[in-house]
Design a protein around this ligand. Structure first.
Ligand SMILES: [Fe+2]
Length: 213
C-alpha cells in the first residue's frame, strides 16, 4: 500500500536523522540509542488518510533545508503528512491569554502513540511515542513539563528553545534537544515556522502540564 510506503520512508528518514545526530558533539548518545532501539521495535502501519489542520497546510511546505538528513526527513514528512493523526495542543482554554494563540499556531501529528490515551493511533507502543510538530511563526509554546523523557530533533526552522532554568538558545535543523523527566521547557518561533520530531522514550502515557511561574 502506497501509504505504508510513505510512512516507512518517514520512519527510515527519522532513524537516519537520529543516527547522524548521534555523532554530533555533546549528543545524548545513550538516550538516542534507546530511541533508536525502540524505533526498531515498531513497524509503522498506515490507516485511512487523516485531516491535516490549516496550520500544518500553511507551514509544512517545501523549503530549502541545508542540513542533509533534516532536509530528507522534511521531504518524507511532506509526503506522509496526511497519514499522521493530527491534534492541537492539549491545553484547555484555561484563562491564560497565551493558550488560545498557541493552540491556533501549533499542531502535532502522531505516528506512534500509546494505546492508553491515543485511541485513534494506528501504530501503537507503550515504549516509545513518535510525533511530528508544526509551530507557526511568532508562536510561543509556553513552559510545560511531563514525566516522559523526550528527544526533539529539529527538522526545519530556526527557533528559540529553553530547558529548565537555562537561557533561550537558538536551535537549527539537525540539532537534538533532550528533556529529562519533569524538566520544564518551551519553544518560541520568530519569522520561521518550526517543524520538529518529538520522541517520548519513557512514560509514554504521561500528561503534559503547563508550568506557570
Ligand atoms: Fe515536551
Amino acid at each position: 500500500m502506497a501509504g505504508s510506503d510513505s510512512l516507512e520512508r518517514l520512519h527510515d528518514a527519522t532513524r537516519d536523522a537520529l543516527v547522524a545526530a548521534r555523532l554530533a558533539f555533546a549528543a545524548p548518545r545513550a538516550k538516542l540509542d534507546l530511541a533508536l532501539s525502540e524505533l526498531d521495535g515498531v513497524a509503522p502501519r498506515a490507516g485511512a488518510a487523516r485531516t491535516v489542520p490549516e496550520v500544518v497546510k500553511r507551514h509544512l511546505v517545501p523549503r530549502a533545508i541545508a542540513h542533509r538528513e533534516a532536509g530528507a526527513l522534511h521531504a518524507c514528512l511532506l509526503k506522509a503528512a496526511d497519514l499522521l493523526t493530527w491534534s492541537p495542543a492539549f491545553y484547555p482554554e484555561d484563562g491564560y491569554p497565551d493558550i488560545p494563540r498557541f493552540r491556533d499556531g501549533y499542531a502535532f501529528g502522531m505516528s506512534v502513540g500509546d494505546p492508553r490515551w491515543a485511541k485513534d493511533a494506528v501504530t501503537t507502543s507503550e515504549r516509545i511515542g513518535l510525533s511530528y510538530t508544526v509551530q507557526a511563526p511568532h508562536t510561543l509554546y509556553p513552559d510545560h513539563a511531563h514525566a516522559a523523557v523526550e528527544i526533539y530533533y529539529v527538522i526545519a526552522g530556526k527557533a528559540l528553545w529553553k530547558r529548565g532554568g537555562e537561557p533561550w538558545v537558538e536551535r537549527y535543523p539537525g540539532e537534538v534537544i533532550l528533556h529529562e523527566t519533569g524538566m520544564r521547557h518551551a519553544m518560541a518561533t520568530a519569522d520561521e515556522a518550526l517543524v520538529a520530531c518529538a520522541l517520548w522514550i519513557s512514560h509514554t502515557n504521561a500528561p503534559i502540564v503547563v508550568v506557570r511561574a
